[in-house]
Design a protein around this ligand. Sequence first.
Ligand code: AMP
Ligand code: MG
Length: 406
Amino acid sequence: MHSKERVLSFEAARSIVEQHAASIRLPATETIALDASSSRILAEPIAADRDVPPFPRAMRDGYAIRASDLTNLPASLKILGEVKAGSDPSAFHVEPGQAVSIMTGAPAPVGADAVVMVEHTSSAGDVVEVAKGVASGDNIVPTGAEARRGDSLLAPGTRIDEAVIAVAASVGKARIQVYVRPKVAILSTGDELVGINETPGPSQIRNSNSYSLAAQVRKAGGEPAILPIAPDEKTRLRSLIEEGLQNDLLLLSGGVSVGRYDFVEQVLEDLGAEFFFTGALIQPGRPVVFGRVRETHFFGLPGNPVSTMVTFELFARPILEALGGAAPRPLRFLHAKLKTAITRKPGLKRFLPATLSGEFENAEVELTPWQGSGDLTSTARANCYAIIAADREYFPAGEWAPVLIR
Ligand code: AMP
Ligand code: MG
């Protein structure tokens, strides 16, 4: 153990991480094809290149009319012609007593101030009879109602999803500036570990954490670099940690508990690390460590595979996202009713593998039976983590609990 033991509540630890995330400098940028930008982080503001919509847009199929013509119903109007999506409406000027047949998405002709839905009309030849009145403006989105030319539509830091891609496409951004993905070193430690292509001896296990972490890093927008397994021996551990610190972030797995061969913190301290916390009152993942050597943040994640996954989600993700230029976002939870009552000793906030089922107001969550924070199999069968508060012992069936989706 190093000298500065600092065990915090989950909330305090999370808030320290968020403070650090907020002070991280923006990364470099690159320009890529819009079509390849999904899940990247936008690095440029996206502005409207013209008014949105660029013309008064019909929201319904029907007739573009003057609302004042519909005060006495039914009203008979003369049909001048038709505008469909994409056609030029300037051929028409709607005068009192006149209508233009119009399709959804088409520009409303000058003179018309509303669209009456086709369902409320019947036509014969060039006359339409309207059975229902409308107010001025009904069923027409005015020019510029969504945005004016030059308005900012999306800010840098936005995660690019299908809706963002649609906006970028709509303003003609075939190429888009995004932040470069942060490089994240992953260093698993432990004398018992062998590579996934090796046959473990009777007391050895395969290194799975490097791969689960790499998957989480990718999901969070980073580029993982898996380092060789570090033994529980200081010299080699130190040189691998130094190599890991050449990246934007270093994730260590294992070696942060109080065991006699848990050297990670000692080696980091020898390298001049500052430690922001060395534990959090959570289960799984209590021994989680967060710190920095010079400019580079690191996390010492407990080696128990479920602890490694949970502590990455809770603490490492915000730092990784900030390194990737993403605007900060809070942890997001769903809520579901506990399917069965839960009794736990208070004092730790628990993030327990669980199965979410049911929909809407019937969402239910049930803890997956497990053999503790090393139980990968039951975690892989679960689909979420149920969060059990630290301040109570008993949680009755039917109580709403927050659920962290994996
Ligand atoms: P540690 O945090 O080093 O005390 O490890 C806690 C437990 O997690 C031990 O049972 C380890 O064998 C296991 N473990 C540690 N690192 C890994 C890893 N990279 N992959 C799978 N299991 C691990
Ligand atoms: Mg170990």
